[in-house]
Design a protein around this ligand. Sequence first.
Ligand SMILES: [Zn+2]
Length: 348
Amino acid sequence: MKLPEINTAEMKAFLTELLNTPSPTGFTEGAIALCEDVLSTLPGIKLARTHKGALVGTLPGAEDGPWRALTAHVDTLGAMVKEIKANGRLKLSKLGGYAWNTVEGEGVTVFTRNGDPVPGCLLITKASAHVHGQDVSKTERNDDTMEVRLDARTTSADETRALGIGIGDFVAFDPRVVLTDGFIRARHLDDKACVACMLYAAKAIVDAGMTPKLTTVLHISNYEEVGHGAAAGIPTQVSELVSVDMAAVGDGQASDEFHATLCVKDSGGPYHHGLNQRLRGLAETYEIPHKVDIYPYYGSDGEAFWRAGGDVALALIGPGVDASHNYERTHTEALIATTNWCLAYLLN
Ligand SMILES: [Zn+2]
């Protein structure tokens, strides 16, 4: 069987729009709605939301039997306003696991309670080289030494409050999406790249007039970065779950930006051997550029489902993403490889 054609141009246009839709964990409604727009165009799909806001699409299969599921997450790293400082600037509380230096100097948007976005920038408190000299490089980056400078006239807590800003407001980092020569450079390719792969695999099947072999659940998770995204929302009929999430690229890693990777083990232990073997066989049959790897500091949403008591065979595949949880980059070839791997799995 030949795999159906992926609409790569449309997939990348969707990915760009998704990357430009702010969705720090806990503030994902816009990104979920964008995914819903794409999935709702697929004839035969049943869409539902979980109570905590994940999107679950069910595509009927050609055969009766146990169901399959794919999961990918739209939530990203971000922050919340922890404190309004006396100088009118903001102290933040992190959402997800990252180091402050990876977002230092980044543009931010603060989403106020009444919905008005206020732009700003994340800086260290001793930011000016001409004022602080050596301290600029020597200052340890931590919750107390990082602050948001708002692009608004404020030098006091009262003036900042008058902008509508309050404790608990969500803060998103600018994604800075740049597409050049097949490369995609942006924040939050983890895991929006995989959401695009998953949705455009489903679209390729439907557009080609094909049907997945077994009934397939597409689970768009919205709390992965804090560890419990797919803990709920996977129906009990599902016997196999494939987490579609970025592959870790760097020193000592087999993964790269031009391949999809099967992760056989991460911080949560080994994945399901039988399902891994089948996915490797499919990658070989369909000549999908792929690697096999182990990720040293990594947990997936599939493992969140396992920990919540989910009884499924679980595997993890995804495109290589360089500098993850930093200013990330991948290549179109890795996205195509990941999408084709999803297609080979769902059609066989
Ligand atoms: Zn991820």
